[in-house]
Write a protein that binds this ligand. Structure first.
Ligand SMILES: *Cc1c(COP(=O)(O)O)cnc(C)c1O
Length: 425
C-alpha cells in the first residue's frame, strides 16, 4: 500500500468521502487521491515522493506557479505582523484600488473568503438594487455551492451523478431560472416570460465547470443587450476567468461590459479569497453604506491580501505574461487537437487561452447537453495513463486543464508525446 492509499484510508473514516471538496475525489477516474505534501513551480509532490507536472494548479489560483518567491515573501512578511485583526487595513485599500483602477466597470469592490461567497453576495446586491427576486443561470455553469445556485450546476455535481443537491429546499431555488449556454433564444424566452421580475443574469463568460465551453460569437454581447433591455444586472462570474484571460478578465478579452463581477481563485494566489465588485450604484447598496447586509470575520484577511496583492501586482506589471500564456495555450491545445483528429478515439478539444479540455465525444461541445455526451470511462483511461507518467490532470472529465506561466514548452511537448501514445497507440 502506498502512503497516499494508507492516508486516504484514514481520511475516509473521518472526512466525508475522504476529501474536503468533492472535485478532489478520484472516484470517477477509478484511482486513489494522491496525498500532496509539497508544490513548487509547475510540480506537485505526494507523500510517496512521486512528482507530477500539475495541470490543476489549485483549480486556477497558481497562475504564476507554486511557491512563487515574491508571493512567498509577501506572505511571510505579513505573518510576522499578525494573522488577523478584524479591523480595517491599508492593504485592503491597495487591493481595491489596484482592481478598480485597472478593470473596466469595477468602481467599488468588497472582499470575501471564497468564490461561493462572492457569488452569493453579488446576487443579493443585485436583488437589493433591483428590488426583484428571480435570477437566470445557465445549465452546466457552476457558481459555488450556495442553495439558490445548486441548480444544474456542472462539474462536481455532474461527476458525482447527483442531479441537484439534497438538503436544498424548493423555496431556495424557486427563483432560479435555467437557460442553455450559447443559446440566446433560451434566455430571451425567460426574459419575455418574466419581464419585470428578473434581478440578475449570472454567467461564466467561459464555461469552465462542464469542461471548457467557450462563448460563441455574439453570445455574451446578446446577454448584455437583453440585460440592458429588461433592466437586469449582468453578473460575470469571473472566479476562473478573472486575471486569467488577461488582467481585465473576460470583460476585456471579449470586450463586453458586466454590471457586477465575481472573483476568486487567482485573486487570492492560493489563499482563501473571493471578491465581488462593479458599478458604484449597485455596490453602494451594500452594508454599512446601504441596506444589503453582507459581512465576514476574516474578509480582507491581512495574510490573504498580501498574497493576492503580490500576485496581482506581478500580473499587472507584466502584461507580456498574458500574451505568452495565451499563445502557449493556443499552441498546446492546438497540438492536442491535431493529435485527436488523427486518432480513432472520438474526441474534441475545446480551449480558450490557457484553459482547455478534451471531451471524449465526436460532436462539437457547446453546452451542457453536448458536454454530457462525453465518454467518462474513456476520460478515466486517459487520466490514468497520464497520471502513471507523472501528469496530474483534473480527476474529472468536466473540469478544465489550467496552464500556468511556469509550464515550459519543453514540458508541454513531453505531455503531447504522452497524449500521442494514448490517442495513436
Ligand atoms: C470555483 C468557482 C466558484 C466557487 O468558488 P469557491 O472558492 O470554490 O467557493 C464559483 N464560480 C466559479 C465559476 C468557479 O469556478
Amino acid at each position: 500500500m502506498t502512503k497516499s492509499e494508507e492516508i486516504f484510508k484514514r481520511a475516509k473514516k473521518v472526512i466525508p468521502g475522504g476529501v474536503n471538496s468533492p472535485v478532489r475525489a478520484f472516484g470517477s477516474v477509478g484511482e486513489t487521491p494522491r496525498m500532496i505534501c509539497q508544490a513548487d513551480g509547475a510540480y506537485l509532490t505526494d507523500e510517496d515522493g512521486f512528482r507530477y507536472l500539475d495541470f490543476v494548479c489549485s483549480w486556477g489560483p497558481m497562475i504564476l506557479g507554486h511557491n512563487h518567491p515574491a508571493i512567498y515573501e509577501a506572505v511571510v512578511k505579513a505573518c510576522e505582523k499578525g494573522l488577523s485583526y478584524g479591523a480595517a487595513t491599508r492593504r485592503e485599500v491597495e487591493m481595491a484600488e489596484l482592481i478598480c483602477s485597472s478593470v473596466p466597470n469595477i468602481e467599488m469592490i468588497r472582499m470575501v473568503n471564497s468564490g461561493t461567497e462572492a457569488v452569493m453576495s453579488a446576487i443579493r446586491a443585485a436583488r437589493g438594487y433591483t428590488g426583484r427576486s428571480k435570477i437566470i443561470k445557465f445549465t452546466g455553469c457552476y457558481h459555488g455551492h450556495s442553495d439558490a445556485l445548486l441548480v444544474q450546476a456542472g462539474s462536481g455535481v455532474m461527476t458525482a451523478g447527483i442531479p441537484d443537491s439534497a438538503g436544498v429546499p424548493e423555496g431556495c431555488t424557486k427563483d432560479t431560472l435555467s437557460a442553455v449556454y450559447n443559446d440566446l433564444s433560451s434566455v430571451e424566452r425567460l426574459f419575455e416570460a418574466f419581464p419585470e421580475e428578473i434581478a440578475a443574469l449570472i454567467v461564466e463568460p467561459v464555461g469552465a465547470n462542464m469542461g471548457v465551453v467557450p462563448p460563441e460569437k455574439g453570445f455574451l454581447e446578446g446577454l448584455r443587450l437583453l440585460c440592458s433591455k429588461f433592466g437586469a444586472v449582468l453578473i460575470f462570474d469571473e472566479v476562473i476567468t478573472g486575471f486569467r484571460l488577461g488582467f481585465t478578465g473576460a470583460q476585456g478579452f471579449f470586450q463586453v461590459d458586466a454590471d457586477l463581477v465575481t472573483y476568486g481563485k487567482i485573486i487570492g494566489a492560493g489563499m482563501p479569497v473571493g471578491a465581488y465588485g462593479g458599478k458604484r450604484e449597485i455596490m453602494e447598496c451594500v452594508a454599512p453604506l446601504g441596506p444589503v447586509y453582507q459581512a465576514g470575520t476574516l474578509s480582507g484577511n491581512p495574510v490573504a491580501m498580501a498574497a493576492g496583492l503580490a500576485q496581482l501586482t506581478i500580473l499587472k506589471e507584466h502584461p507580456e505574461l498574458y500574451r505568452e500564456l495565451n499563445e502557449k495555450g493556443e499552441w498546446f491545445y492546438g497540438e492536442i487537437r491535431r493529435i485527436v483528429e488523427r486518432s480513432e478515439i472520438p474526441a474534441v478539444v475545446n480551449s480558450c487561452g490557457s484553459l482547455g479540455c478534451i471531451f471524449f465525444t465526436k460532436e462539437p461541445v457547446r453546452d451542457y447537453e453536448s458536454a454530457k455526451r462525453s465518454d467518462t470511462s474513456r476520460y478515466a483511461a486517459y487520466f490514468s495513463h497520464m497520471l502513471s507518467h507523472g501528469i496530474y490532470l483534473a480527476p474529472s472529465q468536466f473540469e478544465a486543464m489550467f496552464l500556468s506561466a511556469v509550464h515550459t514548452r519543453e514540458e508541454l511537448a513531453g505531455v503531447l508525446e504522452l497524449a500521442g501514445e494514448f490517442f495513436i497507440p
